[in-house]
Design a protein around this ligand. Structure first.
Ligand SMILES: C[C@@]1(CC(=O)O)C2=NC(=C\c3[nH]c(c(CCC(=O)O)c3CC(=O)O)Cc3[nH]c(c(CC(=O)O)c3CCC(=O)O)/C=C3\N/C(=C\2)[C@@H](CCC(=O)O)[C@]3(C)CC(=O)O)/[C@H]1CCC(=O)O
Ligand SMILES: NC(=O)c1ccc[n+]([C@@H]2O[C@H](COP(=O)([O-])OP(=O)(O)OC[C@H]3O[C@@H](n4cnc5c(N)ncnc54)[C@H](O)[C@@H]3O)[C@@H](O)[C@H]2O)c1
Length: 247
C-alpha cells in the first residue's frame, strides 16, 4: 500500500452514502454531517442517534440492505458492514459509477482509507500507517492530542483573522512570508497556552503592526474561544492513553 494523502473540501450538498447502522457507521456519519455532506444511510438497523438524525431530517435513511443503483449520483461511499462478500457488489458499482469508496477494515475494497484524526479547531492532522498498524496510528493520535492543546485552535482562529489584512498591508510576498514565520516562531502560542490573551495580542501587534492586528478579536473574545475549545476537547475519549489497553 502506498497512500496519497488528501483532505476533502466542499462536501456541502454532495451525496455521501453510508452502508451499515452500528456505532462505527454513526462515527462516519457524524463526521460527514459536520462537513455538510448530504448523507444517505442504507442499513436495516440503525443506532438510536442515527435514527434521531433521520427523524430530524439531517440524513435520509433507507431501512434495507444495499440495492443496485444506490450509488447513482454519489460522490463517495463508506461501507461499515463486516462482510467483504456483501461489500463486493457495492465495490463493483462504485467502480462503474466512479465513486470514491472506503470499506472499513477491508483494504481490497478501498479507493481511500481512513486516518486517525486529531482536530483542534481548524487544525486537522490525519495519520496513516499505510494499513500496517492502525493501532499505532491510534497511539500516535493520542500522543499528539496530549501535546496539542486548545491554544492551537485559538492561534489558528487568530491567524485566519489576519490573512486578509496581511495580504493588503504587505503586498510583497517575501515580506509577508517572513512575517507569517515570525508569528509562528514567536512566543504567541505560549502566551495563549498560559491564557495571557492581552499579552498575546500585544505581541502579535509588535510583529505585524497595529493596522493588521486591529482585525484580531479582543482579549475577552479570545478567552471565550479558548474556553469553548477547552470544553470541546476535555471529554475526548482518547484523553486516556490506555483506553485501548488489553484487559
Ligand atoms: C485509523 C482508523 C480510522 C477509522 O476507522 O476511522 C482505522 N482503523 C482504526 C482502528 C483499528 N482498526 C483495526 C484495529 C485493531 C488493531 C490493529 O489491527 O492494528 C484498530 C484499533 C482499535 O480498534 O482500537 C483493525 C483493522 N483495520 C484495518 C484492518 C484490515 C487489515 O489489516 O487487513 C484491520 C484488521 C481487522 C482484523 O484483524 O480482523 C484496515 C484499516 N483501518 C484503517 C483505519 C485503514 C488504515 C489506517 C492506517 O493506514 O493506519 C484501513 C486500511 C482501512 C479503513 O478502515 O479505512 C481507526 C482508528 C480511529 C481512531 O481511534 O483514531
Ligand atoms: N477497527 C475496529 O476496531 C472495528 C471494530 C468493530 C467494527 N469495525 C468495522 O466496522 C464495520 C461495522 O462492523 P460492526 O461489527 O459494527 O457491524 P455489525 O455486524 O454489528 O452490523 C452490521 C451492520 O451492517 C448492516 N448491513 C449488513 N449488511 C448490509 C448490506 N448488504 N447493506 C446495508 N447494510 C448492511 C446491518 O444492518 C448492521 O447495521 C465493519 O466494517 C467492521 O469491520 C471496526
Amino acid at each position: 500500500m502506498r497512500v496519497y494523502p488528501i483532505f476533502l473540501n466542499n462536501l456541502d450538498g454532495r451525496r455521501c452514502v453510508v452502508f451499515g447502522g452500528t456505532h462505527e457507521a454513526e462515527r462516519k456519519v457524524a463526521d460527514l454531517l459536520a462537513c455538510g455532506a448530504d448523507v444517505v444511510l442504507i442499513s436495516e438497523t440503525a443506532t438510536p442517534q442515527l435514527q434521531q438524525w433521520a427523524r430530524e431530517g439531517r440524513l435520509t435513511w433507507h431501512a434495507r440492505n444495499y440495492q443496485p443503483g444506490d450509488l447513482k449520483g454519489a460522490f463517495l461511499t463508506i461501507v461499515a458492514i463486516p462482510d467483504p462478500q456483501a461489500t463486493e457488489p457495492i465495490w463493483q458499482e462504485a467502480q462503474r459509477e466512479r465513486v470514491l469508496i472506503n470499506a472499513m477494515d477491508d483494504v481490497p475494497h478501498c479507493t481511500f482509507v481512513a486516518g486517525a484524526v486529531v482536530r483542534r479547531g481548524p487544525l486537522v492532522i490525519a495519520i496513516s500507517t499505510s494499513g500496517q498498524s492502525p493501532a499505532l496510528a491510534v497511539r500516535l493520535r493520542e500522543m499528539l492530542e496530549q501535546h496539542l492543546g486548545p491554544e492551537y485552535a485559538l492561534f489558528l482562529d487568530l491567524m485566519g483573522a489576519l490573512r486578509l489584512p496581511m495580504a493588503t498591508h504587505y503586498p510583497d510576498f517575501g515580506e509577508r512570508k517572513a512575517r507569517w514565520y515570525a508569528l509562528v516562531d514567536s512566543n504567541v502560542l505560549d502566551l495563549l497556552r498560559q491564557q495571557r490573551f492581552a499579552a498575546a495580542r500585544t505581541r502579535i501587534s509588535e510583529l505585524v503592526g497595529e493596522p493588521v492586528a486591529a482585525a484580531l478579536p479582543d482579549p475577552d473574545t479570545m478567552a471565550r474561544l479558548f474556553a469553548h475549545y477547552q470544553d470541546e476537547y476535555a471529554w475526548s475519549p482518547s484523553s486516556n492513553l490506555n483506553a485501548h489497553a488489553p484487559p
